[in-house]
Design a binder for this molecule. Structure first.
Ligand code: PMP
Ligand code: GLN
Length: 380
């Protein structure tokens, strides 16, 4: 059969986690915590399974969860969203991104993304018949170059996909970036898809610039987040999409035929937890900043160069003093020979710079894991 996605292989996250497991390596590759989720959340899900919340949830999501999400975005960003028509619960942010893209992209449309770029965007655009236009973020800060964005916007531009805090680099967009974006899309029909799954993981007093803080942007945006990141439960695969009601209506037309609805007891548990512990997500910046700082200070004196990380739970390490291997080869070799798995950054580019020597390490790990990882990295 002819492939609908001829350029696509198996995602790097699957490849590296499988290799880590096969080699018994420390797995700092795929982004997920190796510690437990809040026990109130575990208890709540057990409660709802026993209480019989085990059949289909409403297509758009359990009402109390959608209300809790609306309360959270009002508290976080001052944004008033209608839980009935503007919030849709999805099976992870991945599903939300896919549905948003299918809802708006038509054959011949162009969608602008920033490289290095999370790997699920492009295949979704391709399946919708669209064309991805890649704009590189320049090292070392990995901030958008707005002149380049202006240069690629044209009559076929249907959407811009942004991701802040940014996976894999840890860069965070500023208020000036948001204003630049606002200027670029004003008086156009361009939609925004804003991937904000790391919205609550920002460091050094940085503020997350959600699209929801900017009414002019929010009016044309699908804002996507994930409870996997915020509540240490990536395996639950519960996320959501916030969009104006006309856009949400189109979004739901797709969502109802992709998954129809999302796991019911998880939604009830998240709703309970959000109302019982509304402060939990406010503890995340300090919690993850301490992990970042621990990991980075343990690398003092190593031959890696530690790159700035202002958000997410990822740390880039530059390795040109250690090796001139391609990052994919090095990540594989370190997993096999040194017992530590990471993610090579070049896979997130359409065309990676030839001198790119970066590996991504996930520091959403117990301190003991970070200590063991740093001890290995110090020997390289
Ligand atoms: N976008 C980005 C930038 C991510 O890092 C992730 C998580 N890996 C996702 C989307 C997908 O989130 P989820 O696991 O909720 O589908
Ligand atoms: N978003 C996670 C990461 O960047 C992985 C998600 C996945 O495995 N699909 O590591």
């Amino acid at each position: 059969p002819t492939s609908r996605l001829p350029q696509v292989g198996t995602t790097i996250f699957t490849v590296m986690s499988a290799l880590a497991q096969e080699c018994g390596a420390l797995n700092l590759s795929q982004g997920f915590p190796d510690f437990a989720l809040p026990s109130a959340l575990t208890d709540a899900v057990a409660h709802h399974v026993r209480a019989g919340h085990n059949q289909y949830a409403p297509m758009a999501g359990v009402v109390t969860l959608r209300e809790a999400i609306a309360t959270k975005v009002l508290a976080s960003y001052g944004a008033k969203v209608d839980a009935g028509n503007e919030v849709t619960v999805t099976s992870g942010a991945t599903e939300a991104l896919f549905c948003a893209i299918q809802a708006i992209v038509q054959p011949g449309d162009e969608v602008i993304v920033f490289d290095p770029c999370y790997d699920s965007y492009e295949p979704a655009v391709t399946l919708a018949g669209g064309q991805v236009v890649h704009v590189p973020l320049a090292a070392p800060a990995f901030c958008p170059d707005w002149a380049q964005v202006s240069a690629v916007i044209g009559p076929r531009t249907r959407a811009i996909i942004l991701n802040t805090p940014h996976n894999p680099t840890g860069s965070v967009w500023s208020a000036q970036d948001m204003q630049q974006l606002q200027q670029r899309v004003r008086d156009t029909n361009i939609f925004l898809i804003s991937d904000e799954v790391y919205e609550h993981i920002v460091f050094d007093g940085c503020r997350h610039e959600s699209v929801l803080r900017y009414p002019e942007l929010a009016a044309r945006a699908f804002v996507v987040s994930s409870f996997g990141k915020t509540f240490h439960a990536t395996g639950w695969k519960v996320g959501y999409c916030i969009a104006p009601s006309a856009l949400s209506a189109e979004f739901r037309k797709i969502h109802q035929y992709v998954t129809f609805s999302t796991a019911t007891p998880m939604q009830f548990a998240l709703a309970d937890f959000l109302s019982a512990c509304p402060q939990h997500w406010q503890t995340l910046p300090a919690f993850y900043q301490a992990k970042r700082d621990r990991f980075c200070s343990l690398l003092d004196g190593s031959r890696f160069s530690v790159k700035p990380s202002s958000g997410t739970y990822f740390q880039l390490l530059e390795y040109s003093s250690i090796s001139h291997e391609h990052d994919v080869a090095l990540a594989s070799r370190l997993t096999r020979e040194a017992g530590i798995a990471s993610i090579p950054v070049s896979v997130f580019y359409r065309q990676a710079p030839s001198d790119l020597r970066l590996l991504r390490f996930c520091f959403a790990k117990d301190d003991a894991t970070l200590d063991a990882a740093a001890a290995i990295l110090q020997t390289l």
